[in-house]
Write a protein that binds this ligand. Structure first.
Ligand code: ZN
Ligand code: ZN
Length: 181
């Protein structure tokens, strides 16, 4: 079984601190980034509703503007993404290396574009291949008997995985919770 690596908060903060701040971008570029983010979060929201309708819970929402809160919201998503990328990603559709919003399955690590048919196909394949890390949280790597489906957005990337109670709570605190009523 491949080993996934989950970065510490300090390691994640070092990465986040090095990323370009959207407020430091030229205005026209910042507008484009904002428009792309709106479009992507809209798609994420639609998918979250769909996931919720199937009994899953989803965590997403706008990021807070102050640095400390933003880092806190970004850490679990970034940790999840980097662990999945380091776990041996397979590309599940031909669109995944084009410039478009992407959907990341944490386990088995796979990447597709956000077209519903590509996500459906990748989900079917994931069930066929089976989980690599049963009873391990996709968010922090802790062993977990019970895991909760999680859907989080990170810019143009939507991350789908199963997380432990601690990670679910942490993501829930920093995002809007969507669940089927
Ligand atoms: Zn595709
Ligand atoms: Zn966890």
């Amino acid at each position: 079984m491949p080993v996934r690596h989950f970065l510490t908060d300090d390691q994640l903060d070092a990465i986040l601190g090095g990323l370009a701040d959207a407020t430091a971008l030229p205005v026209d570029l910042a507008d484009q980034v904002a428009a792309a983010a709106r479009e992507t979060s809209g798609m994420g929201y639609a998918m979250a509703i769909a996931a919720a309708a199937q009994g899953d819970k989803a965590f997403l929402g706008a990021l807070p503007s102050d640095r400390a809160s933003r880092f806190r919201a970004l850490r679990p998503r970034l940790r999840m993404m980097l662990a999945a990328l380091g776990g041996g990603i397979t590309y599940q559709c031909d669109h995944a290396d084009e410039i478009r919003p992407l959907y990341l399955f944490c386990d088995p690590p796979s990447l597709v574009c956000t077209q519903p048919r590509c996500i459906t196909e990748a989900g079917r394949n994931a069930r066929k291949v089976g989980f690599r890390w049963d009873n391990q949280c996709d968010g922090c790597g802790r062993p977990a008997q019970t895991v909760f489906p999680s859907l989080a957005t990170l810019g143009p990337l939507t991350i789908s995985g199963h997380v432990c109670k601690l990670c679910a709570d942490e993501m829930g605190k920093t995002a809007v919770r969507v669940s089927a009523s």
